[in-house]
Design a protein around this ligand. Structure first.
Ligand code: NAD
Length: 496
């Protein structure tokens, strides 16, 4: 294993993301040997912490990980340094530069820098601007910017943000995180599609009837109301995670698995999104908000009763929609998507329903054969299920539907790298495959802005009872064309 070298400057080093995700991910890279001696992390935030105190924070964030030994944790934490920093104060960048240069020499790093923005998005442009004006970029080694979602809240703000970071960093230096792209089963979609002769030639409108993507959450808004009120399900889940899943499910096969080629086919896919007029968007995308219900003997709050939510909030907690692609491969094939909070149970899954065989010679009454269905379980369980038709046992040739089911076992899943670990290693390696590029965001924001506009033009906010899979309108989206959601859980499990 080759050790990666970098000074990582983490803006927002005292934050929730840093503690819950980034320190554990960096620690795993350290345990696996991707990071060894030649790295240093500078955590910045407003509070006046000492290096020692910061190292205690980092230690606390990783100490309970299964692989952690006291010796390793101590060695890991010794690479962390703290710099009290106000992002708007130019003088602080000068201090930061001096510290980064000192650590670069001390750890013999050779000028590699990663700037990780784990802060509120309104600061991203300011920080990028100062990185340039105060000359933090190194002439030798690499300079890479890692930027968290949300990337804007509509097309105009995303473009403004992109322009501001692009003034300092080139596109090939920008790593926009969508942590879904770091998930094992999301990357696994590509393996499944392009690694199987029984699937690859069938992956088109000729053989596939529809694709369904569900990102169901069982939890409510929890303590994130402040953020969620100004976001809603469309911005929080559809514009990013669902669009990325959709792209991996539908893009053309790249000639090679290099970042440039993958992004080329992905960009082409996003350009082929069938754009709705606002009227069409209102028909094809529905929203709703959860209302109080008795679930498993317990009264669950409605969204408008949650702490921090306005009594007349118009923020949607559910979206379902039908998306179309204008490509020869997918012309007319509906891609249904659905996401929401307080649904029946937590699950992210994809169902690909194939067209039934044209002439079911086994049926006496002309009944069509059941369609083949492929389900990809992204989380919480990870695996695949293929439904195929077999012969019913006995003196008959009636078909019966059988399932070929595979799930990764818990022990293997626990050993596999977590999304942030995978993505941070990609940043260190300089592999942009699993990050989003501006061309995709440009298209996806324009696409969702029309939906938002259509919704904003009405005062209606449909509702659904907590613990259900959304409003009737989301069922009607499919039943109107004789289809149905494949994932219809009945057993309610509201705790994740
Ligand atoms: P947080 O509020 O917990 O942390 C924000 C950090 O920024 C803190 O370290 C704070 O000290 C620092 N900060 C704030 N204002 C500052 C200023 N003026 N100068 C210097 N430092 C300042 O936020 P978070 O939950 O860690 O989220 C960080 C980013 O990651 C956000 O963009 C968020 O949307 C994104 N994100 C977070 C999560 C998560 O699980 N927490 C998941 C996905 C994306």
């Amino acid at each position: 294993m080759t050790e990666k070298k970098a000074v990582i400057i983490l803006f927002g080093g005292s934050g929730d993301l840093a503690k819950r995700k980034l320190y554990p991910a960096l620690f795993q890279l350290f345990v696996r040997g991707d990071l060894q001696e030649h790295f240093a992390v500078i955590g910045t935030a407003r509070r006046p912490w000492s290096d020692e105190y910061y190292q205690e924070i980092v230690t606390a964030a990783v100490t309970n990980l299964p692989q952690a030994t006291t010796k390793q944790v101590k060695a890991f934490a010794s690479h962390f340094y703290y710099q009290s920093h106000d992002v708007t104060d130019s003088a602080h960048y000068v201090t930061l530069k001096t510290l980064a240069e000192k650590l670069d020499k001390q750890y013999d790093i050779g000028g590699n820098r990663i700037y990780y923005m784990a802060m509120a998005p309104e600061f991203f442009g300011v920080i990028a601007g100062h990185i340039k004006s105060e000359n933090l970029l190194t002439p030798d080694g690499f300079n890479r910017l890692v930027i968290e979602k949300p990337f804007g809240h509509d097309h105009a703000s995303a473009k403004e943000l992109n322009d501001s970071i692009s003034a300092t960093f080139d596109e090939n230096q920008i790593y926009r995180i969508d942590h879904y792209l770091g998930k094992e089963m999301v990357q696994g979609i590509l393996a499944l599609r392009f690694g199987n002769q029984i699937l690859e030639p069938l992956w088109s409108k000729d053989y596939i009837d529809n694709i369904q993507i569900t990102l169901a959450e069982a939890v409510g808004v929890e303590e994130r109301a402040g953020y969620y009120e100004s976001s809603g399900a469309l911005r929080d889940m559809v514009q990013n995670h669902i669009m990325q899943l959709m792209a991996y499910l539908t893009m053309e096969k790249p000639d090679t698995f290099s970042p440039e080629v993958v992004h080329k086919v992905k960009d082409a896919l996003f350009s082929s999104l069938h754009r709705y007029t606002p009227e069409e968007a209102a028909q094809n995308f529905i929203r709703a908000q959860y209302v109080s219900a008795d679930v498993n003997g317990q009264t669950v709050n409605g969204y408008r009763q949650e702490d921090g939510v306005a009594e007349d909030s118009m923020t949607e907690t559910f979206v379902a929609g039908k998306l179309l692609l204008d490509t020869p491969r997918w012309e007319g094939t509906p891609i249904y998507l659905r996401t929401g909070k307080r649904l029946t149970r937590k699950s992210t899954q994809v169902t690909v329903t194939f067209k039934p065989v044209a002439n079911n010679i086994f049926a006496t009454d002309g009944e069509p054969a059941a369609p083949n269905r492929l389900t990809i379980y992204v989380e919480p369980t990870q695996g695949y299920r293929l439904e195929i038709n077999g012969k019913t046992l006995g003196q008959t040739f009636a078909l019966s539907q059988e399932s070929l089911d595979f799930r990764h076992d818990d022990a293997s899943v626990a050993k596999a790298p977590e999304a942030y670990e995978r993505l941070l290693l990609d940043v260190l390696r300089g592999d942009q495959t699993n990050f989003t590029r501006w061309a995709e965001l440009d298209q996806s924001w324009q696409y969702v802005d029309v939906i938002r506009q259509a919704w904003d033009a009405t005062k209606a906010m449909p509702t659904y009872a907590a613990g259900t899979m959304g409003p009737q309108a989301s069922m009607d989206l499919l039943t109107d064309s004789g289809r149905d959601w494949a994932f219809k859980p009945t057993h309610i499990k509201l705790a994740d």
